[in-house]
Design a protein around this ligand. Structure first.
Ligand SMILES: [Zn+2]
Length: 162
């Protein structure tokens, strides 16, 4: 019952997206007569990373997923913008989890979200994670060689401070 309720809620969200976008735009115009600051639309969502097919349906990540999404604890799907941040969450095995707390920014009224900040959740504990280059003293949030000196970076994680 819970599962079917969550799924029908998702469909409703997609069908309503055009109206929802109009409402968000109208609200933004009322609330911000001038240029809006980007920070005030951020949304913090805890949930599980899922893969989406071409029709934005949830599929196994073993299949050819076209998009990644964060499925919130209430069942709502938040499709993520393609890019390094989303790919890191799927491909980085050292995270050892599919549960995350993401700070998201809506790009287009709720159809796509950009990751502003990502934290992982493992066994109910929230961790900050990043990659560190000791040579340059640089912190990044994507795996791979240091963007400055190309040396290998070190993966680090620590329980998030409340
Ligand atoms: Zn470096």
């Amino acid at each position: 019952m819970v599962q079917s309720g969550a799924m029908s809620g998702t469909v409703t969200t997609h069908r309503r997206s055009a109206a929802g976008r109009a409402a968000v735009v109208a609200f933004a115009l009322l609330a911000h007569p001038g240029p809006a600051t980007s920070g005030d639309k951020n949304l913090v969502v805890s949930g599980r990373l899922v893969c989406l097919g071409a029709g934005l349906e949830e599929i196994s990540c073993e299949e050819s997923a076209t998009r990644l999404a964060l499925k919130g604890d209430a069942g709502r799907i938040h499709p993520l913008a393609a890019g390094d941040a989303a790919n890191t969450l799927l491909q980085e095995k050292r995270l050892k989890t599919r549960e995350f707390r993401l700070t998201l920014r809506s790009l287009d009224g709720g159809n796509t979200y950009q990751i502003v900040k990502s934290q992982l959740i493992r066994a109910g504990t929230i961790y900050d994670f990043h990659y560190f280059c000791e040579i340059c003293n640089i912190t990044t949030y994507a795996p791979g060689p240091c963007m400055c000196c190309r040396a290998p970076t070190e993966y680090r994680e620590a329980p998030a401070t409340p």
